[in-house]
Design a binder for this molecule. Structure first.
Ligand SMILES: *Cc1c(COP(=O)(O)O)cnc(C)c1O
Length: 222
């Protein structure tokens, strides 16, 4: 795998202000080091144990983004160091991140994950569920988390019209939520969407964070 070449090619395609999360899950530390040496600093992982082991062994200026489904009982392991949690899908999880961030003496940046795909298996709030949670307002009393935007995944399909429609829906939810609940929060500005096979569509719809794994590191070895 030409990790440096892949990174260079992908980065050249990203508009100004869009950041790349290099998704290194299931790839060894050597692969991360190769990317790090080209200047890449943001890496995405989806398993708590794996991310923590890599954090312990690799340079401390890496920003670790947790992009998987996070169980509340595991938040404590990543709270001391995680840079951004992409997959907040319940108030309960948000409250637990707040609690563990407090214990670690930190404020943790989080994204609310919205379910817009036509698939049972993808996690996330339904849009209406998320509106209800935001309306209820308890989240405003959590001072150790900062809601920085939204994250979502499109359906895994070859039908790019459907993928485009789902990314546009995420973008419109982002605009709506910004207006309704985060108008004065300048940190609410991230829209995490787009993976190896659909990041062009995500960029066209206004993504600010693309999460790309296999196009950089090759196929994962499970
Ligand atoms: C694995 C994963 C990615 C990266 O997928 P690729 O197809 O390898 O680019 C992006 N986002 C999430 C949430 C993932 O779990």
């Amino acid at each position: 795998m030409d990790i440096a070449g892949n990174l260079k090619r992908i980065k050249a395609e990203l508009p100004e202000g869009v950041r790349l999360v290099a998704v290194s899950k299931f790839h060894p530390k050597e692969a991360i080091t190769a990317a790090y040496e080209t200047g890449q600093r943001i890496f995405g992982e989806s398993k708590v144990q794996e991310m923590t082991a890599k954090w312990q062994d690799l340079p401390k200026d890496i920003e670790w983004h947790f992009i998987g489904h996070l169980q509340t009982n595991k938040v404590k392991y990543i709270a001391p160091y995680v840079a951004l949690i992409h997959g907040i899908d319940s108030y309960k999880l948000l409250a637990e991140v707040d609690k563990q961030a407090g214990k670690a003496g930190r404020v943790i940046d989080c994204l609310l994950q919205l379910h817009v795909a036509q698939e049972e298996t993808k996690f996330g709030f339904l849009p209406e569920e998320c509106r209800t949670m935001l309306d209820e307002g308890q989240w405003k009393s959590l001072h150790n988390v900062r809601i920085c935007g939204l994250m979502g995944m499109a359906t895994n399909t070859e039908d790019m019209t459907q993928v485009q429609a789902e990314f546009r829906l995420l973008r419109s939810l982002f605009d709506e939520f910004k207006d309704r609940w985060f108008a004065n929060a300048e940190w609410f500005r991230e829209l995490s969407m787009g993976m190896s096979h659909d990041y062009h569509e995500a960029l066209a719809a206004g993504s600010t964070l693309v999460r790309i794994g296999s196009s950089i590191f090759g196929e994962r070895q499970y």
